[in-house]
Ligand binder design. Sequence first.
Ligand code: FE2
Length: 240
Amino acid sequence: MSDGSFYQRDRSRHPPAFSPGYKTSVTRSPQKAPISLDNTISEMTGPVFGHGLIGELDNDLTRNFAHGGEPIGQRIIVHGRVLDEDGRAVPEVLLEFWQANAGGRYRHRKETYLAPLDPNFGGCGRTLTGPDGSYRFRTVKPGAYPWPNGPNDWRPAHIHFSVFGLGFAQRLITQMYFEGDPLIWQCPIVRTISDRAAIEQLIAPLDMANSVPMDARAYKFDIVLRGRRSTLFENRLEGN
Ligand SMILES: [Fe+2]
């Protein structure tokens, strides 16, 4: 592959905004033609992230909210690389991640699921990619949770990711799933994605080679920012 190769994003594999199986998409989907706005200077030039922003425990969800104990759950390491369309590393990218606790409960005031909060687990973290585009964080495996959609719909275990480039207009959002979870293929949100290969790119394989014996299993999740091998992002198509 030569430098400068350009692969257009395959927009046809993005789920339609109106997907009635995903109930809230009915009211969320646009009723009128979208309007394209020019980016503003502040969107294009900021924010600028530096290592000074990142706290020592920001990439360790097992410790960054702990109040004298360990969070309940299966200890895991999530790691991978952020890559461009040609497989080149993208350094200095701010990754933010958030998730439910091991019981499937979010620490959020609008959360209504009956699973208990974990006093030692907040569920949010962040890190910057290194010179080789790599990132790594520790957490506990999130639980599946039910949500008010159909009569009995459950989200598979997942971690939400935000990827920040050099400007506010360059934020991408996606979700990572876990290899072997049967709920993935039943999830109404996942099922809005018609391209099976795009779904499979969102599923992190178990990575025993990077597991820490008697401590944590590892899952590997690479994020490709654009091009025909792009990770599927949830962002609306306009402005991508
Ligand atoms: Fe979620």
